[in-house]
Design a protein around this ligand. Structure first.
Ligand SMILES: Cc1cc2nc3c(=O)[nH]c(=O)nc-3n(C[C@H](O)[C@H](O)[C@H](O)COP(=O)(O)OP(=O)(O)OC[C@H]3O[C@@H](n4cnc5c(N)ncnc54)[C@H](O)[C@@H]3O)c2cc1C
Length: 425
C-alpha cells in the first residue's frame, strides 16, 4: 500500500506530529507497537514553549480541564526548608512568554492529544503495529510492519482499539518519521552508528492524592530539592488534586542488579524487578540529612516506579535528524536526561516544525525533511547540553554544591528564568 507519510511511534511526539500535520491537511499513517495506550502514572512539566503550541493546536480547553498551573518554581537544599531561589510562574511570566507553565499527568496529556488527533481526522492509527525494517530509496521508503499477536491478552482501556486487520505488512511511503522513542528502531536501522548509553541515574516516580497528605505537605508549586548525587522534584497535577513526585538518584554502580541492567541491550527503561531492599537502600542513602518534610512525604507515599535513564551525545548536525526520506523526531532523535524537563517539549516543537516544512509541497520531499532537520538540530543540541549541565549542578557535592547554593541565592530568579528556552518561536 502506498501512502504519503508514515510515523512510527504514537508517543508524545508521534501524536503531536499527527495533529500538526493533520491541521495542515496532511494525512498520516501512525504505527504504534503497543496494542493499547497506557502511560506510566507520572507527571510532566510543560514550559510555555510547549503550551503555546498545544494551545495553537486547539487544546486550550482540554489543558484547562486536566492540567495544573503551578504558582512558582522553587529550588531548595535537601536539608533546608527555606528556598534558595524562586521563580514566579504567575501573570507576568505568562505575559512575558505568551503562554502558561503547566504540569499534567502523562496519561491525561496522551488522552487529549489522541482525542484531538481523532477529531482532526487525518490520521490512520494502527495499534499493535511495530516497525521492523525499512529501506529508503530515491523514490520512496519501504517499511516492514509486524503486527502483534492477536491473543497477547492486553487489557482494553478507554483509548484502546480493535486491531485493523486490513493493515498491510509492507508499506511504501514518501517519507518515514521515526518517533519511536529512546530505543528507536528507525534510528538503529537508518543511523546504525548513533550511540545511546545507559547512565547511572535512576528515576523513581510516584503520584499521590493531595487530600491524603497532611496540609503542610500539599503543594501548589514545582519544588526541586538538591542533594549530593540526587535531586527530588514534586508538583501538582490533575487540577492540583494529585501530587507527582520524582526522585532522581545516582545509584551506586557496584550493585550487581544495576550492573546487569546497564549492560542489557537498549530495550527498556522501566525496571520492573528492582529488588525492594535495593530501592530502600537507594532512598536511605539519598535522603540522608534531608529536611523532615521530605522524609515525611517519602513515608506518606506507597509504591515507586523505578526507571533507568538513558542519554546520548548532543546532536552534531542536521544529518543526524534527517537522511533521504527518513527523519527522526523526539527522543528517537535526541535522547536526553530529564533534568531540564523538556524532552516532551522538544518532541512537541519538532512536530510543529516538521508540519511546517512538510507543507512546502512545491519542494522535493527529501529537501523538506532536510529543512526540518536544519531548523531543529541546534535547538535540540542546546537543550541536551543544558540537561547534562543541570545533572551536575543539581547533584553537586562538596565545594561545587556550595557554589551552586551561593549562585542560586544571589541570582536565583535570573538563573531559573530561561528566555532562550521558554521564548522559542
Ligand atoms: C523521569 C522522567 C521525567 C520526565 N519529565 C519530563 C518533563 O517534565 N517534561 C518534558 O517535557 N519531558 C519529560 N521527560 C521526557 C519525556 O518523557 C520524553 O522526552 C517524551 O516522552 C518523548 O516522547 P517521544 O514521543 O519522543 O517518545 P515516547 O513517548 O517514548 O514514544 C515512543 C513511542 O514509540 C513506540 N514504538 C517504539 N518502537 C516502535 C516501533 N518499532 N514501531 C512502532 N512503535 C514503536 C513506543 O511504544 C512509544 O509509544 C521525562 C522523562 C523521564 C524519564
Amino acid at each position: 500500500m502506498s501512502m504519503d507519510v508514515v510515523i512510527a511511534g504514537a508517543g508524545m511526539g508521534g501524536l503531536s506530529a499527527s495533529i500538526a500535520m493533520g491541521l495542515k491537511g496532511q494525512q498520516t499513517t501512525l504505527l504504534e507497537r503497543r496494542e493499547v495506550f497506557g502511560e506510566v502514572g507520572a507527571g510532566i512539566q510543560l514550559g510555555p514553549n510547549s503550551t503555546r503550541l498545544l494551545q495553537s493546536w486547539g487544546l486550550s480547553k482540554a489543558l484547562e480541564t486536566y492540567a495544573a498551573w503551578p504558582s512558582h518554581i522553587e529550588v531548595f537544599r535537601l536539608d533546608q526548608q527555606n528556598a534558595l531561589a524562586r521563580l514566579s510562574l504567575g501573570e507576568s511570566f505568562k505575559a512575558r512568554y505568551g503562554a502558561p507553565y503547566a504540569t499534567i499527568h502523562r496519561a491525561d496529556l496522551q488522552a487529549i492529544l489522541y482525542e484531538r488527533m481523532q477529531a482532526i481526522g487525518q490520521t490512520h492509527l494502527c495499534m499493535g503495529a511495530s516497525l521492523r525494517d525499512l529501506k529508503s530509496t530515491e523514490q520512496s521508503v519501504q517499511i516492514q510492519v509486524q503486527m502483534q499477536d492477536q491473543n497477547s491478552g492486553s487489557s482494553k482501556t478507554r483509548f484502546s482499539f480493535e486491531r485493523e486487520s486490513s493493515t498491510p505488512q509492507n508499506l511504501q511511503a514518501k517519507a518515514l518519521i521515526g518517533a519511536d522513542g529512546v530505543s528507536s528502531d528507525v534510528r538503529r536501522l537508518h543511523w546504525p552508528l548513533r550511540h545511546i548509553h545507559a547512565t547511572p541515574h535512576l528515576a523513581y516516580r510516584t503520584t499521590i492524592a493531595q487530600k491524603l497528605l497532611p496540609l503542610k505537605l500539599r503543594q501548589s508549586c514545582v519544588q526541586v530539592h538538591c542533594g549530593p548525587q540526587m535531586h527530588w522534584v514534586h508538583y501538582p497535577i490533575r487540577s492540583g488534586e494529585w501530587l507527582n513526585i520524582v526522585a532522581l538518584i545516582e545509584a551506586p554502580i557496584d550493585d550487581a542488579h544495576l550492573q546487569d541492567t546497564l549492560q542489557t541491550p537498549l530495550q527498556q527503561t522501566w525496571l520492573e524487578h528492582i529488588p525492594l531492599e535495593l530501592s530502600r537502600q537507594h532512598f536511605r542513602l539519598a535522603l540522608r540529612g534531608a529536611h523532615s518534610d521530605l522524609q515525611d512525604l517519602f513515608r506518606a507515599v506507597g509504591e515507586w516506579s523505578p526507571w533507568r535513564l538513558f542519554d546520548a551525545n548532543p546532536l552534531q548536525g542536521a544529518h543526524q535528524m534527517a537522511k533521504g526520506r527518513v527523519a527522526l523526531l523526539g527522543d528517537a532523535a535526541h535522547p536526553m536526561l530529564p533534568f531540564l524537563a523538556q524532552g516532551a517539549g522538544m518532541s512537541i516543537e519538532d512536530a510543529a516544525l516538521l508540519a511546517q516544512h512538510w507543507s512546502h509541497v512545491e519542494q522535493d520531499e527529501t529537501l523538506r525533511l532536510e529543512r526540518y532537520a536544519q531548523s531543529r538540530w541546534l535547538r535540540n543540541a542546546q537543550v541536551q547540553k543544558r540537561a547534562r549541565l543541570n545533572a551536575s549542578v543539581f547533584h553537586a557535592r562538596g565545594m561545587l554544591s556550595g557554589l551552586r547554593n551561593l549562585g542560586l541565592s544571589l541570582f536565583g530568579e535570573r538563573l531559573l528564568d530561561m528566555p532562550w528556552l521558554y521564548g522559542y518561536r
